[in-house]
Design a protein around this ligand. Structure first.
Ligand SMILES: [Zn+2]
Length: 412
């Protein structure tokens, strides 16, 4: 069989990240770039011991010199945290002055809110609204959309996949798109909803969409982590929750990073077996029902699924394997070619060069992330990271693998 293509897509929240006016009393997101190892250690300590949320990188072990860190600082920690930074000569800028106000706006869908002019597909939706949308979409499109229940979450919420299938040709290939692995990345489920709507609306209207949907089925999982997503909508001060909601054996901390729970190179560097960590990989591979459900579904469909896309935030990146090494995946040239065509329309681009295209970055995951984070020699950089995410595919002898950089990322 041919090699499946696997991409991470990062959605941009830059509209919410413009520097704002400093309000000393409110919550803020600070942008901090440590200049020395001592400053790195101080920042790690601050993010660990004070009530803060590290937005970027995903874990404080990845904080490093000359790399921008984004730290959410609640109002009640603000004075203390800033005093510590100042004491150690660590400069910061306010990246986001009042995230809570923006969060409230994100949750408003009534006619009085400033976003009321936006359409249904330009708003964020509660989990219940998404479930309702899934049912309505299937009911309204009985010949082309089928709802598949692939399992349930830790808290027993259903995991629904929408299968878009526009003809009955035998041996059809398929693509998989999942959204909402990480609870706080609301734009990800919103994208899956938009994608389904767009596909249904423009089939036989737009030639490219028609050609794709005529040749492939599409499996769309709008919310892989419904418990976490629900939690971010309903629990005060938990808008930035990332993991699922499973309770660890010790009962002390909650949540597993589902993206680190797959059964490929599970638990190696770049993840943590500490249940209190944001990058907790769980007690064992596929320990989480959400991961099990997805992995089992993909195992059943591994002969047909050719393309795996997972949607995350925040950034403007299109990235593909590998991230643990600068070595190129077997189908690197194919991947680069496809992305080059998608983003530029040009087809004569060098296959081993990450592309920086205004606000976007595309290319090999390792190259993209190291481009952003480690300007040093490539050979040294390679040795710092390990394969993490391609686990499912590698185990099943699909040659292509998704991998995860250990150095930098809020998102995956
Ligand atoms: Zn993510």
């Amino acid at each position: 069989m041919s090699t499946p293509l696997i991409w991470f897509v990062f959605m941009n929240l830059s509209i919410l990240l413009k520097p704002g006016h400093c309000t000393e009393t409110g919550d803020q997101v600070l942008s901090i770039t440590p200049q020395t190892q001592e400053q790195v250690d101080i920042l790690r300590n601050v993010s660990t011991h004070y009530e803060t949320v590290l937005w970027q990188p995903v874990s404080n072990e990845y904080i490093s010199t000359q790399v921008q860190a984004h730290l959410y600082v609640p109002a009640n920690s603000s004075v203390t945290v800033k005093a510590i930074l100042q004491k150690h000569g660590i400069t910061h800028k306010v990246l986001l002055a009042n995230p809570n106000e923006l969060t409230k706006m994100q949750m408003k869908n009534d006619s009085t809110d400033p976003r009321s002019s936006s359409t249904f597909y330009e708003r964020y939706h509660t989990l219940e609204e998404i479930y309702d949308w899934i049912n309505r979409t299937a009911q309204d499109n009985p010949r082309t959309v089928k709802v598949i229940l692939i399992g349930s979450s830790y808290e027993k919420r259903p995991l629904y996949v929408l299968k878009l299938s526009f003809n009955d040709r035998p041996n059809r290939k398929a693509m998989w798109i999942d959204c909402g692995i990480h609870a706080r990345e609301w734009i990800s489920p919103a994208f899956c909803m938009w994608f389904v709507h767009h596909s249904l609306s423009f089939y036989q209207q737009n030639s490219e969409i028609t050609r794709i949907l005529d040749s492939m089925d599409v499996y769309v999982l709008p919310v892989m982590n419904p418990d976490g997503y629900k939690y971010t909508w309903t629990t005060i001060k938990r808008r930035w929750w990332r993991k699922n909601r499973s309770i660890s054996k010790s009962g002390f901390c909650v949540g597993v990073d589902l993206n680190r729970n797959f059964d490929v190179d599970w638990g190696i560097k770049g993840s943590s077996q500490n249940p209190c960590e944001e990058i907790n990989c769980g007690p064992f591979p596929e320990s989480e029902p959400e991961t099990q459900a997805v992995a089992n579904f993909l195992r059943r469909h591994k002969d047909t699924v050719q393309l795996y896309i997972t949607i995350h935030s925040y950034s403007q990146m299109l990235i593909f394997p590998y991230s643990y090494t600068f070595d190129q995946a077997e189908n690197h040239n194919d991947l680069t070619h496809v992305l080059a065509v998608l983003t530029t329309g040009r087809t004569n681009l060098a296959s081993n060069t990450p592309l920086r295209l205004s606000s976007r970055t595309v290319g090999n995951t390792a190259s993209c992330y190291h481009l952003l984070t480690y300007p040093g020699p490539a050979t040294k950089r390679c040795s710092r990271s390990r394969p993490l995410l391609s686990r499912f595919w590698r185990k099943h002898k699909l040659r292509q693998t998704i991998t995860r950089s250990k150095q930098f990322c809020d998102c995956y």
